[in-house]
Design a protein around this ligand. Structure first.
Ligand SMILES: NC(=O)c1ccc[n+]([C@@H]2O[C@H](COP(=O)([O-])OP(=O)(O)OC[C@H]3O[C@@H](n4cnc5c(N)ncnc54)[C@H](OP(=O)(O)O)[C@@H]3O)[C@@H](O)[C@H]2O)c1
Length: 333
């Protein structure tokens, strides 16, 4: 099979299209023929080893000390089950699926194996393959932070910094769905997009201060890393919560303590990756409550160009890569 592989950290030029053996599924695994995948912020970080200042060593510990430990990137995918292992009973060849490999990576390839009870679910018929591939990364992160970790409630005021990215655009839609009052922070060119996703107010970070005198929020979400606690604390209500999806190293290390000293709460860390979370967000997409935003769709051969767009730090939503054109399975009866 063909895959994109890298053996040293660097620019998109380190990616090579290589011919490698198609993996064989173990008894408890399925082999998936990939239809679409994405280039996410995680792929960018792992490929370029770009980490928040001071966390370079942590990056090497996570991704590989001397060079990349996982040569094939790609955190999320849609595709069709090609072969099932001897013990698999819940999938059969031809089933259309959505998978979230997350930190395991491996979706920038024509095929991948996953455990049948892993982070994998059937793709609803009303979601296309390209849309489906763009659901897991942003939406499970948004859902886990907003619903599970911070327990955002209807009627609460939430500010979302980085509202036009993969995570931010999912945060806007999920927050709106549960009935929060959403203020989205993005550049002027994305104002219309975030309004369409449900934002009640938009702040253009290029021309306005994010934090303004007399304006307070129950929850502040940073999905870019440009809203440090030193600034956010002035905009948080007395019992306000700060959600640090991306941020400064000092806030990652000491933010929770700094917030607690002011009677507030800072929630950071890493989003959980689970089949239950994936099922929640795919369910929302099937109901039409959540729609992954797609910036551009690249053919597989343009993988480097897809990475180059992500490297700008200014993609809108998600960058999809089509790996193979598969026909939607036809239902019998
Ligand atoms: N903690 C976790 O578990 C977790 C999970 C997933 C992701 N993350 C992290 O979360 C961050 C966001 O991920 P993502 O996939 O959403 O990234 P992304 O899609 O690459 O974010 C791009 C967006 O950020 C916006 N942006 C850039 N600079 C901005 C600024 N100064 N203020 C406001 N918006 C700005 C851009 O809008 P404009 O073009 O309008 O500037 C663009 O739409 C990344 O750092 C990623 O590593 C963390």
């Amino acid at each position: 099979m063909f895959a994109y592989s890298y053996s040293r950290y660097g620019s998109p030029a380190v990616l090579e299209k290589v011919n490698v053996p198609t993996p064989a599924p173990k008894p408890n695994e399925v082999l998936i023929k990939i239809c679409a995948t994405t280039v996410s912020a995680a792929d960018w970080r792992a490929r370029s080893l770009t980490m928040p200042k001071g966390l370079g060593l942590v990056g090497r510990l996570v991704f590989g000390i001397k060079g990349p430990r996982k040569p094939i990137l790609g955190t999320e995918l849609s595709g069709v089950i090609d072969t099932v292992g001897t013990e698999v009973t819940n999938y059969q060849p031809g089933d259309a699926v959505i998978g979230f490999l997350g930190a395991k990576f491996g979706a920038h390839a024509e095929f991948v194996t996953m455990p049948a009870d892993g982070n994998l679910i059937l793709k609803p018929d009303n979601i296309g393959f390209e849309q489906a591939a763009a659901i897991p990364f942003g939406a499970t992160t948004a859902y886990d932070f907003l619903i599970n970790k911070v327990r955002l409630q209807a009627g609460e005021a939430v500010l979302i910094n980085g509202a036009s990215g993969s995570v931010g655009s999912a945060c806007v839609q999920i927050a709106k769905h549960i009935g929060a009052h959403v203020t989205a922070v993005c550049s002027g060119k994305n104002a219309q997009l975030v309004r369409r996703l449900g934002a009640d107010h938009v702040i253009d970070y290029c021309t306005q201060d994010i934090v303004r005198d007399g304006v307070h929020y129950d929850v502040l979400v940073d999905a870019v890393g440009t809203l440090p606690w030193s600034k956010a604390q002035h905009a948080a209500r007395p019992s306000g919560r700060m959600v640090l999806i991306a941020g400064k190293t000092s806030d990652m290390l000491f933010g929770a303590l700094k917030a607690k000293l002011k009677g507030k709460k800072m929630i950071g860390g890493v989003a959980r990756e689970s089949r239950e979370l994936l099922a929640e967000v795919v369910g929302l997409a099937a109901e039409g409550v959540f729609q992954p935003v797609i910036d551009r769709n690249f053919p597989f051969d343009d993988m480097r160009a897809a990475h180059t767009l992500v490297d700008t730090g200014h993609k809108r939503g998600n960058v999809v890569v089509s790996v193979a054109k598969l026909l939607e399975p036809t239902k019998v009866g």
